[in-house]
Design a binder for this molecule. Structure first.
Ligand SMILES: *Cc1c(COP(=O)(O)O)cnc(C)c1O
Length: 409
């Protein structure tokens, strides 16, 4: 009896300790954990879902003793012969889960779990340039809007590509007439569509831009990459899923981040393209890796694909659909509430990013807001990226803070 009681008390203690945060014994680290946990409560300005669903994963990982197994996914995850000491077969399942969500059929898709959205864009631009050179023997020109994510400009520079920045409208969308003006139809077209411009969350009108390109049959070849790092996460789970469909929008490749909508707790992402693109890359036969290394990185993370796979099993399509619906609801709610207090605010269609007149530095700091500037909207701006952790309750507190600031002015 006594023993049973003791066991009960011990079990209770253990579970209490499990619930309480464990300290590291390193003062700086423990203090930072406090700061991070507090900051997480009002983290509004950047696109990282703060509602991690990785708890069970980490429990399994440690419980299974996986922390002492050093896997590596170097090589092609889409072959029939995955490396033994890799998680490539899970990586392939991840790609095959997402392929139909982005409008690819399983017999015409290639892909991998990347290290980030930028890594996915790097593959899109690199694969695109190789593809166009292989098809035509000509050097392509890269077209991208001046409001697209800076990684695209950085990568074009890195890959030594000729780049034309195409003007966008006030809301941040590439202007079709400006694309028309800047097209050089004697060379292949490598175009990056912004699916979520960085600050205003604008989506390039792919149908209108495709029509501009289609009207020039003299263009030697075309490759379209979609930079959908943020919006590519939730759009497949909404009624607007066609906007990220290869079949509908006719793009060759797409990049999505794993740590934004999906909330994986460190950077990773998805890259998908057609088989035709994969088949038109440069072969570097690397015997010790059993084949052609077409992707850029040698060592690739084996844990991130497992996390993605885990989320597919544990969260999955239905729950992501609920989350995507809630996220767009909360975005509309934030815009409404800002309108209600007369705080100038704007949001693009299908976007979860509300931009508005910039508040005080205090509010910027508390809510980790990103700063922007645009004369079209009266100058200084800030934005909120609505993800799963930005609830209506938190929005109410935020809007109240803005309202009292406005009243004090
Ligand atoms: C976040 C983002 C990127 C960069 O992605 P990382 O995963 O941070 O490398 C690129 N493009 C767009 C549209 C983004 O939203």
């Amino acid at each position: 009896m006594r023993q049973k009681k003791l066991f009960f008390v011990l079990a209770l203690l253990c579970s209490v300790q499990g619930m309480m945060a464990q300290t590291s014994g390193f003062t700086k680290l423990d203090q930072c954990v406090e700061i991070w946990k507090e900051g997480q409560q009002t983290f509004f300005g950047y696109p990282a879902n703060q509602q991690s669903e990785m708890h069970d994963f980490y429990e399994w990982y440690l419980g299974a003793g996986m922390e002492v197994v050093n896997l590596n996914n170097a090589g092609d995850p889409m072959t029939d012969k995955p490396e033994k000491m890799s998680s490539q077969s899970f990586e392939r399942e991840v790609i095959e889960y997402f392929a139909p969500l982005y409008g690819f059929s399983l017999d015409n898709v290639w892909g991998l779990v990347t290290h980030s959205g930028t890594d996915g864009n790097n593959h899109g631009i690199y694969f695109g340039a190789n593809y166009l050179r292989n098809k035509t023997g000509l050097q392509p020109i890269l077209y991208v809007s001046d409001e697209a994510h800076y990684s695209n400009m950085r990568l074009a520079h890195l890959q030594n590509l000729d780049i034309r920045l195409v003007k966008s409208d006030a809301m941040g969308r590439m202007i079709p007439e400006e694309l028309e003006k800047s097209l050089d139809t004697s060379r292949p077209v490598l175009i990056v569509y912004a699916m979520g411009s960085t600050f205003k969350g604008a989506i390039d009108d792919m149908k209108a831009l495709n029509a501009v390109i289609d009207s020039h049959s003299e263009i030697p070849a075309v490759y379209r990459h979609v930079d959908a790092a943020l919006f590519g996460g939730y759009l497949p789970f909404t009624e607007h899923s066609q906007m990220v469909s290869h079949e509908t929008m006719r793009f060759e490749s797409i990049a999505v981040s794993g740590h934004k909508f999906f909330g994986i707790d460190s950077p990773c992402g998805l890259f998908l393209c057609t088989r035709d693109v994969y088949d038109n890359q440069n072969d570097f036969n690397v015997t010790y890796l059993n084949g052609n290394m077409r992707m850029i990185n040698c060592s690739r993370d084996a844990v991130q694909p497992l996390k993605f796979w885990w989320l597919i099993k544990k969260v999955g399509t239905e729950e992501w659909t609920r989350q995507a619906t809630r996220l767009l609801d909360c975005t509309a709610y934030l815009k409404q509430q800002l309108d209600a207090i007369g705080w100038p605010a704007w949001v693009n269609d299908y976007s979860n990013t509300v931009f508005f007149k910039r508040p005080s530095d205090d509010i910027i700091a508390t809510y980790s807001l990103a700063r922007g500037y645009d004369e079209h909207f009266g100058g200084p701006l800030a934005h909120v990226v609505v993800l799963q952790h930005v609830t209506k309750e938190k929005i109410d507190v935020f809007v109240k803070a803005l309202k009292s600031e406005a009243a004090a002015q």
